[in-house]
Design a protein around this ligand. Structure first.
Ligand SMILES: Cc1ncc(COP(=O)(O)O)c(C=O)c1O
Length: 458
């Protein structure tokens, strides 16, 4: 008996979904439906042109998770973080993460330190900055003083999220420039930029430009001295986007967190060294006193009222579940082992690059598992942008960029070592870099610059 086959069954029976693929609609929604297998193949195939995330040495964001974490994320992709009433256990896991992180960062009363998950460090930075601004405004109003000229002080090496904060919320940014071999904030210069309109100072652990930790303890001491001299009491927010999940495990004696009285809030990216796939950040305040009540909204939670502070409303819950999985699965010792391994790889790779000859290390991966290197000054026929382009031919994404004031003369390449970037993969990278050198050394003149290279900018 002849059986009439559908178009889809026919395509499958000859094992060739491709023969069904016409031209993919690009800019105008098509009128008619399409077979899901065919639609899948179209979208899947186009994504082949994206870079391979594991070869991306530019990003700080996690590019690998355990299969069990992936399974949990697939099981929870439909959970909306804001529906605390509908997903009370996801909300509970978020609060447990906040408690664990508060302990990790030495909050004086870790069970009472307010905090929440966010979409990343950028949203967390907005919340931290807003809280400082509101506290400053409230104090000024109470003193009968004007509130129209707030400013915020940071090193010029801040990630763009702080420039965004300043611009979006009308706060004047005051930047400490780089100088000589100092590629991040100078505590005394930061204190000198403060006045009665300063809502706070940002310390960075560690810097996006070169992976170095800013001297947060010295920054607090400089502000202590300022207070002793002038009476100005300036709070510090620590942007620990990467270092918040590195320093507690590798430098337990480094003072950078709530152990310093002047630190009022800290953010970190769960999706960086928190080891979760993109989409989660954290912010914790020292105590309730540093999170103004009027910024908190109340949502219904199991018939109860749950406080929230966020820029978004709906937001995926899978990343929070994955963060909790990581904490439970790895524990302190697991995180320590992974971060130590990453730093060993970073330092070994930095040393190998130094041995190649044409390069000079700017940092060595001794703080974050991140280092920056430059082309030696006496080499004039190729530059960092040429190097970035050359390794891109084999799929490696290594950013090249110039530093900001007062080191615009310095152009570097940067490598971020993350979970999954093993000694073995590092040796593949160094081999590829070594293979490209003769060609680079033969070229008559530099070819690329910041505008036409494959380099990436902050
Ligand atoms: C120091 C610092 N702060 C903030 C951010 C922004 O983080 P996110 O991508 O989680 O928003 C980054 C990202 O690289 C960073 O390095």
């Amino acid at each position: 008996m002849a059986i009439k086959q559908t178009k889809r069954a026919r395509a499958q029976s000859i094992g060739d979904v491709f023969s069904e693929v016409g031209r993919a609609p690009r800019h105008k929604m098509p009128n008619d439906e399409m077979d899901p297998e065919v639609a899948y193949q179209i979208v899947h195939d186009e994504l082949m042109l994206d870079g391979n995330a594991r070869l991306n040495l530019a990003t700080f964001v996690g590019t690998w998770m355990e299969p069990q974490a992936q399974r949990l994320m697939a099981e929870t992709f439909d959970k909306n973080m804001i529906n605390k009433d509908e997903y009370p256990q996801t909300a509970e896991m978020e609060m447990r993460c906040v408690d664990m992180i508060s302990r990790l960062w030495h909050a004086p009363e870790p069970d009472d330190a307010p905090g929440c998950s966010t979409t990343g460090s950028s949203e967390a930075a907005m919340l931290g900055g807003l809280a400082m601004k509101r506290i400053w405004q409230d104090r000024r109003r109470a003193e009968g003083k004007p509130t129209d000229k707030p400013n915020i002080v940071f090193g010029i090496n801040v990630q763009v999220c702080w420039e965004k904060f300043a611009r979006y919320w009308d706060v004047e940014p005051r930047e400490v420039p780089m100088e000589g071999p100092r590629f991040h904030i100078d505590p005394e210069q930061a204190a000198a930029l403060c006045d009665e309109n300063t809502i706070g100072v940002i310390g960075i652990l560690g810097s996006t430009y070169d992976g170095s930790y800013e001297p947060i303890e010295k920054l607090c001491q400089a502000l202590d001295a300022l207070q002793a001299k002038t009476g100005l009491n300036i709070p510090v927010h620590v942007d620990a986007a990467s270092g918040g999940f590195v320093a507690p495990f590798l430098e337990p004696n480094l003072k950078w967190d709530f152990a310093l009285d002047r630190v009022v809030s800290i953010n970190a990216s769960g999706h960086k060294y928190g080891l979760v796939a993109p989409g989660v950040g954290w912010i914790i305040w020292r105590d309730e006193e540093h999170l103004p009540e009027e910024l908190i909204f109340k949502v219904n939670y199991l018939g109860d009222i749950m406080p929230t502070f966020a820029l978004n409303f709906s937001r995926p819950g899978a990343q929070v579940v994955a963060q909790y999985y990581n904490f439970v699965r790895l524990g302190f010792e697991g995180y320590r082992k992974i971060q130590q391994y990453a730093r060993d790889v970073a330092q070994d790779l930095a040393a190998e690059i130094e041995k190649l000859g044409p390069f000079e290390l700017v940092t060595r991966g001794t703080d974050l598992p991140v280092f920056a290197f430059k082309v030696r000054d006496d080499i004039t026929n190729f530059n960092v942008f040429d190097v970035s382009n050359a390794v891109r031919e084999r799929g490696w994404q290594v950013p090249a960029y110039t530093f900001p004031a007062n080191r615009q003369d310095l152009a570097v390449l940067r490598v971020v070592v993350k979970r999954g970037f093993t000694h073995d993969v590092a040796s593949l990278f160094i081999n590829d870099l070594r293979r490209q050198l003769p060609r680079l050394q033969r070229q008559a003149t530099v070819i690329h610059d910041a505008d036409n290279g494959s380099g990436f900018r902050h």
